[in-house]
Design a binder for this molecule. Structure first.
Ligand code: ZN
Length: 286
């Protein structure tokens, strides 16, 4: 959130104003600022630079958490701005919120030409309608990029029961812990013939000229999982994430949405369908 209220004076400050103060002046506000929609203390977070695969953020305030009846959160329907991931996940479950995997179509990407648009949140939708309950179910759109950031950086997201709508024609809804499969955990008997999000750290690629594809293998058996990137998709990925070559994905996190397949020869493969089906997050631990 961009504004906070000083409890002592009722003066409204913007995050930009606070960011321009010296450290000691800023420190003097600690504990005195609160949310505009509830009594929770507003904490300041300074701006962060963006880097490939990781979006920067402008200076902002956050609460951990907001009060349950916070009018600001109710207005926005997206508790992301609390910036407290575990509390956000708990709130998504509590509020029966559904995440929608949003894959940009080529038309959209040429018209909009912005990966930011994948994060546009859909508004609240009245759901249920039971007279005894006023709780609404709401939806939030997330592209693969932000979903991967949540898988990597949010401790409780990947194992959560948050509902997520997969990008298959049937728009299947499953819990998050069922929708995402680590590369190492993928099994041919369990994870083919339906759309899933496969993610993990990319291993070195081999290039198979006959198929025109780069393969990253997670085992030596035919039934071992592997991801495949056709060379026609490689350039777009290299450009989007400002890589030197497709081999620079190795050692970093990738998420791809696909209906994995078992080939006639029994090879178990998930394909990168397009640059819009993937997210990339740099592994800072290596
Ligand atoms: Zn609040």
């Amino acid at each position: 959130m961009q504004e906070a209220l000083d409890r002592r004076t009722n003066h409204e400050y913007t995050a930009l104003e606070i960011s321009q103060l010296t450290d000691s002046h800023r420190e003097a506000f600690r504990g005195h600022l609160k949310c505009l929609g509830c009594e929770s203390t507003a904490h300041f977070r300074r701006e962060t630079d963006s880097s490939p695969g990781r979006r920067g953020r402008i200076a902002h305030f956050y609460c951990r958490p907001h009060a349950a009846n916070c009018s600001l959160i109710q207005r926005n329907a997206d508790p992301w701005e609390t910036n407290e991931s575990d509390a956000t996940v708990a709130e998504w479950v509590e509020r029966n919120q559904t995440l929608i995997v949003r894959i940009q179509t080529p038309v959209e990407s040429s018209e909009v030409n912005s990966e930011e648009s994948e994060d546009a949140d859909e508004g609240s939708r009245a759901g249920g309608g039971s007279a005894s309950r006023t709780r609404r179910s709401t939806t939030i759109s997330r592209g693969p990029q932000r979903l991967l950031e949540q898988l990597v950086h949010w401790p409780s997201f990947k194992t959560s029961a948050v509902r997520i709508r997969l990008p298959d024609p049937a728009q299947t809804e499953v819990p998050v812990h069922y929708a995402f499969v680590r590369f190492e955990d993928a099994q041919v008997a369990l994870h083919t013939e339906r759309w899933l999000g496969f993610w993990g750290i990319v291993r070195p690629f081999s290039f198979w000229a006959q198929g025109g594809s780069y393969y990253s293998n997670f085992g030596t058996e035919n039934s071992s999982f592997r991801i495949s990137i056709h060379r026609t998709h490689a350039d777009a990925i290299v450009q989007r994430y400002r890589l030197g070559s497709i081999h620079d994905l190795v050692g970093h996190y990738l998420l791809l949405f696909d209906r994995a397949r078992e080939s006639a020869s029994g090879r178990f493969t998930a394909d990168v369908n397009s640059v819009h089906h993937v997210g990339f997050v740099r592994n800072t631990d290596q």
